[in-house]
Design a protein around this ligand. Structure first.
Ligand SMILES: Nc1ncnc2c1ncn2[C@@H]1O[C@H](COP(=O)(O)OP(=O)(O)OP(=O)(O)O)[C@@H](O)[C@H]1O
Ligand SMILES: [Mg+2]
Length: 277
């Protein structure tokens, strides 16, 4: 059951990004992103290295390194940019990192149960006991073919690249967020793990209200997880949008044709050219 905005029955836009400009270290990265994600939709974002995909995901999650210079983001009818990162998580925003961080000394069990109970508390629910949590975690670990001893290990420490990625999906499955931002969760996975991750994502999609933004370099994951919309980011802008066929075309033809067609260059540095010293 959703707790907020149950009074609005209109066509549900979960996330509305309007003319978003973001910088880091005084360098402009995102240069006017417009994107609407409706409840239940999956949007794939593709684009060359350095085009700003992770910046978009991290800015939405509230990462402190990213400065919002201009624009608005509305999430479930609220001003997302007003909320601290914690509050965004409490409101159901989840980011699976491109490079999951290792936290030595904090077990996955402690981390995840604390995160889950913090979200539950913020939404007026009782905390989950250790026993209840373990039961839930076991079920989700099993679905993702991850061993139970992962709960006892320090978060991501010594996990293989693929285990870290599967672990992000495990965390998402436990936390049951409403807006899932998945940043290259398919990168570095072997063929079987890719299928497992795709199944995990598809299970989460069974909830009709849940929305996903999936950043990827590869069309392959989109064969398993069918996107409603595909966007191409170039130079901090969404240069082109389409359906799944756009991803297939990119796989075949790369990005040059979009640069030529739109006049947008692939990195902000290139695009700003003479303006920057
Ligand atoms: N915290 C930061 N400080 C300075 N520059 C940054 C910061 N974060 C990102 N950038 C720069 O912004 C640009 C976009 O980076 P971003 O990580 O968003 O790209 P990306 O599209 O996710 O690329 P990739 O496909 O390689 O993951 C890059 O030139 C990057 O060096
Ligand atoms: Mg990235």
């Amino acid at each position: 059951m959703s707790k907020i905005n149950t009074d609005t029955n209109e066509e549900s836009t979960m996330l509305e990004i309007d003319n978003l400009h973001v910088s880091a270290d005084d360098t402009g990265i995102l240069r006017g992103i417009d994107l609407d994600v409706d409840g239940g939709e999956l949007h794939a974002i593709m684009g060359p290295n350095g085009s700003g995909k992770s910046t978009l995901a991290k800015a939405l999650a509230g990462h402190e390194a990213y400065e919002i210079d201009e624009g608005d983001v509305t999430y479930k009818g609220k001003d997302l940019l007003e909320l601290e990162a914690d509050d965004r998580a409490h409101e159901g925003v989840f980011l699976a990192f491109q490079y999951p961080v290792e936290i030595p000394g904090v077990t996955q069990m402690t981390f995840l149960r604390t995160a889950l109970n913090s979200i539950r508390e913020a939404n007026g629910k009782d905390p989950m006991s250790a026993g209840e949590f373990l039961e839930l975690a076991r079920e989700k670990l099993d679905e993702l073919d991850l061993p139970e001893d992962m709960l006892k290990r320090s978060l991501n420490e010594g996990f293989s690249g693929g285990e870290k990625k599967r672990n992000e999906i495990f965390q998402m499955a436990v936390l049951q967020p409403e807006l899932c931002l998945l940043d290259e969760t398919d990168s570095g996975l072997d063929i079987d793990a890719l299928q497992i991750v795709a199944d995990g994502i598809n299970r989460m999609r069974e909830d009709e209200d849940r929305s996903m933004v999936l950043i990827t370099h590869y069309e392959r994951i989109l064969e398993y997880v069918e996107p409603d919309h595909v966007h191409v980011m170039l130079g901090g802008q969404i240069a082109k949008s389409g359906g799944p066929e756009l991803a297939e075309k990119l796989e075949e033809k790369g990005y040059d044709w979009i640069e030529e067609e739109t006049g947008i260059q692939r990195s902000p540095q290139q695009a700003e050219g003479a303006l920057t010293s």
